[in-house]
Ligand binder design. Structure first.
Ligand SMILES: [Fe+2]
Length: 206
């Protein structure tokens, strides 16, 4: 007999996100921090200058930060078969596959306005590789909100709307959420103490 556990699991992670504590070893984190440092010189200015709903369902508002594609270490982590099994089990999505990875560098003055990730981000995994990175804003309550209504919200309240939850991006811990549906943002980095490095990779449900 089929139980309701998978459906419950899906509802829980979609609303609350997931934390994969201790999924990676300390040595792996050290190597990721080193790789992010080494690749910083190759990072380029990223971000959008406009507010737009895209054909794949994603949504963007202005943003400013540096980013670079992940190197061999981050690529290997994102393709790790044990981690993939863990994520598939936690989300009850057995057809997830890793699709992309990278590092984002936030300097004073950088930000990422409210957006939804591309259709390939069924699961967005994110983690801080420096200490002191402030939490991101996110709005699980707006997961079903259409692009036009999101645009109206941004027009009214700007790219960092008030009244929504914050989500920690923990230092050296894998945090994951429904990046394609849940609008999220990173407020303006106001000073050097808030600047930092963030890693990310995505899983797409085939
Ligand atoms: Fe995002």
């Amino acid at each position: 007999m089929q139980t309701s556990a998978p459906a419950d699991a899906v509802r829980a992670w979609q609303r609350e996100g997931l934390l994969f504590e201790d999924a990676l070893t300390g040595g792996t984190w050290d190597r990721l921090i080193a790789e992010a440092k080494a690749l910083r010189g190759e990072a380029s200015e990223s971000g959008f200058t406009n507010t737009a709903a895209h054909r794949d369902g994603s949504f963007c508002t202005p943003s400013r930060y540096l980013s670079v594609k992940g190197g061999p270490m981050l690529t290997a982590v994102s393709r790790d078969t044990e981690l993939l099994a863990l994520v598939r089990e936690a989300t009850a999505l057995p057809r997830l596959i890793p699709v992309r990875c990278g590092y984002n560098y936030y300097r004073p003055g950088d930000y990422m306005g409210l957006h939804r990730d591309s259709v390939k981000a069924t699961i967005t995994v994110t983690f801080a590789l420096s200490e002191g990175l402030p939490p991101m804003g996110w709005a699980p309550d707006l997961a079903d909100t259409g692009g036009d209504d999101l645009a109206a919200l941004v027009q009214r309240e700007g790219c960092f709307p008030d009244g929504f939850a914050e989500r920690e991006v923990p230092f050296c811990q894998l945090s994951a959420f429904d990046g394609y549906n849940i609008p999220h943002w990173r407020p303006l980095v106001t000073g050097p103490e808030q600047a930092g490095v963030l890693g990310t990779f995505c899983f797409f449900n085939l």
